[in-house]
Design a protein around this ligand. Structure first.
Ligand code: FAD
Length: 227
């Protein structure tokens, strides 16, 4: 079914890049001057592993697990283990980066292991769409203000920082067309669906039919499979 989870996202089997939106070597720009200064000292956001596959660095310069798919992380871990073994056989080789060498990732992310970008994303979308499903049909000014603050903070604090940058930039599109529509549940639910579809498009995934968001996230499908 078109709106069901895609078991094999296109970019997983044939990734154009790990992060199609982060193909430039520079991290996304920030708006304030102090942030701009920090940006200057950050490492390039996208690096390439020994096989030329891209991966994303965290702001501290270590590979960002929460910005990376389990498959890409596993690949990186394998390579680092291999170079670690090679380094152990010589006295002059440099140490591999701590973050990678401590990783034990295998297969898809296991429930008891730290999340990758996909697990984090799925969980977060569940929270976000559930927030729209329980949002008042007509929201008061203070309910709208609370939700606006939540979204603003989420777009700053989301642990996959490249995702956060993109989400924040999308919401702040100069024409104002992507600003959260918080008057009531229907508007907010549709807005969230559009926000999610924006990421789906970016990742080369199928778009969701936004007319169906309430069945997916609030009432259950009309065919009764969720009853
Ligand atoms: C704010 C945010 C930004 C993100 N940015 C990035 C990014 O830049 N790069 C990256 O690699 N990953 C990003 N992610 C993660 C990405 O969106 C997916 O969550 C992840 O790739 C796993 O995808 P999935 O195919 O399992 O389904 P998900 O996209 O996680 O969707 C979960 C379920 O929601 C339903 N659904 C799908 N689309 C919609 C929609 N439009 N409206 C309502 N329901 C829908 C479907 O039933 C689907 O199975 C982001 C996540 C969030 C929350």
């Amino acid at each position: 079914m078109a709106d069901e989870p895609q078991s094999q996202p296109q970019w997983r089997t044939n990734p154009p890049t790990l992060f199609p939106h982060a193909s430039s070597q520079a991290p996304a720009r920030s708006s304030s001057s102090s942030e701009a200064k920090n940006e200057a000292s950050k490492p390039a956001a996208v690096q390439r592993d020994e096989q030329g596959k891209p991966y994303v660095l965290d702001k501290d310069g270590k590979p960002c697990r929460l910005c990376t798919s389990a498959a890409a992380w596993r690949n990186l871990t394998k390579q680092t283990k291999a170079s670690s073994a090679a380094a152990a056989s010589t006295t002059t080789a440099t140490q591999p980066q701590e973050t990678i060498s401590q990783s034990t990732g295998r297969g898809t992310t296991k429930p008891e292991c730290p999340p990758d970008v996909e697990v984090l994303g799925r969980s977060t979308w569940t929270l976000l769409h559930s927030l729209t499903a329980t949002y008042p049909e007509k929201a008061s000014a203070s309910e709208q203000a609370d939700m606006r603050s939540f979204l603003t903070l989420l777009s700053k604090l989301y642990p996959c920082w490249v995702c956060a940058d993109d989400f924040r930039n999308w919401m702040a599109e100069p024409s104002g067309k992507n600003q959260p529509r918080l008057g009531g549940r229907k508007d907010f639910g549709n807005w969230m669906c559009e926000a999610h579809n924006e990421v789906n498009r970016k990742l080369g995934k199928k778009e969701f039919d936004c007319r169906l968001w309430e069945q997916r996230w609030k009432d259950g499908w009309k065919d009764g499979r969720c009853d």
